[in-house]
Design a protein around this ligand. Structure first.
Ligand code: GTP
Ligand code: MG
Length: 306
């Protein structure tokens, strides 16, 4: 059987469900998800091999108005994600604060469609969160509105939550595959190193447990990651990680009263780590302040966020 491959970038506004959709397609969670915008910070590759066809997805950060250096490198990751790909999936949500029915397109989406045109890139429109849509006729309005702006190869209503529509989306995306050897092993699912996966699992818990600016100003640095056998011969991963935050007041919030918040985040993250790697984990967490790190290029680079 001749092998085929397609590189497909997933783009859209923050919080529309890009990472959830990729995880749903892969059938495994490789990109963290939260109800807060700007969860994804870098390009994350997800690999889905179906017999002769390999689809390589690139999940990107939500495209937004930048407020600091980190935001700028996140937006750059979106642009980079559109280079050298065969097609894009523009993810939008069926239920948004924008008045789509009245013809209003969010500026970030209009900009992404302009960028697709400029790059002459083929694209599919995925209208996500259809499980939340009560008035189905709204869907038709959304479709005609977006198709008036860009000539999409296909429009697919989906729900990353229930899985509705994802098979149709995959069928549409398979059409972009061209004869070429597979770039990844057929069992590979991501290009993220184990350490990065662990750092992200910890950051996800902070996004879930903390409010407002605090989680957005955090980053996680894995200082130790070793697998060893315990005396009873059982394998265990030893992990030591530092949570970096921007202010002393944030540090106090992350640690919580008597260390309860940090403990909670640690327990939740450890569970995820053990499930993902299928072995026991020992996780130690520290918190350190690095003022204004989101504007410090050197630190952004050290943390692997550029
Ligand atoms: N009801 C519903 N919620 C969804 C669906 N897909 C995603 N969500 C929720 O939407 C929120 C954002 O999901 P993410 O996958 O993190 O969104 P994203 O587009 O990757 O966000 P950024 O990485 O910040 O750009 C989370 O709370 C998800 O649980 C869906 O199909 N239906
Ligand atoms: Mg995301």
């Amino acid at each position: 059987m001749e092998q085929k491959s397609a590189f497909i970038t997933i783009i859209g506004r923050p919080n529309v469900g890009k990472s959830s959709l990729m995880n749903r397609i892969l059938g495994q969670k490789i990109a963290i998800v939260s109800n807060k915008p700007q969860t994804t910070r870098t390009r994350i590759m997800g690999i889905h091999t179906l017999a002769e066809t390999q689809l390589v997805f690139i999940d990107t950060p939500g495209f937004h108005k930048p407020k600091n250096e980190l935001d700028r490198s996140m937006n750059k990751a979106v642009g980079d994600g559109m280079s050298d790909v065969d097609a894009a999936v523009l993810v939008i949500e069926a239920v948004t604060p924008f008045k789509l029915g009245e013809g209003e397109i969010p500026p970030a989406e209009a900009e992404l469609m302009r960028e697709l045109k400029k790059r002459n890139l083929k694209a599919v429109l995925a209208i996500n969160k259809t499980d939340m849509l009560t008035q189905k006729e709204k869907l038709l309005k959304i479709i005609s509105l977006y198709c008036g702006h860009f000539d999409f190869d296909a429009v697919v209503p989906v729900s990353a939550k229930t899985g509705d529509g994802t098979d149709s989306l995959i069928s549409e995306l398979k059409k972009f595959a061209k004869p070429s050897p597979h770039y990844f092993g057929d069992d590979d699912i991501t290009d993220q190193p184990e350490k990065v996966m662990v750092a992200e699992m910890i950051r996800e818990k902070l996004l879930r447990l903390l409010d407002k600016e605090v989680p957005h100003g955090t980053a996680v640095d894995i200082e130790r990651f070793v697998e060893r056998d315990t005396v009873s011969g059982e394998p265990i991963i030893e992990i030591e990680a530092t949570i970096i935050c921007e202010k002393d007041s944030h540090k106090r919030i992350i640690i919580g009263k008597n260390g309860t918040m940090l403990k909670k985040a640690g327990t939740l993250a450890r569970r995820d780590i053990e499930n993902f790697f299928g072995i026991k984990a020992n996780l130690k967490l520290w918190v350190k302040v690095k003022e204004d790190w989101r504007n410090r290029q050197g630190l952004i680079h050290t943390l692997g966020l550029d």
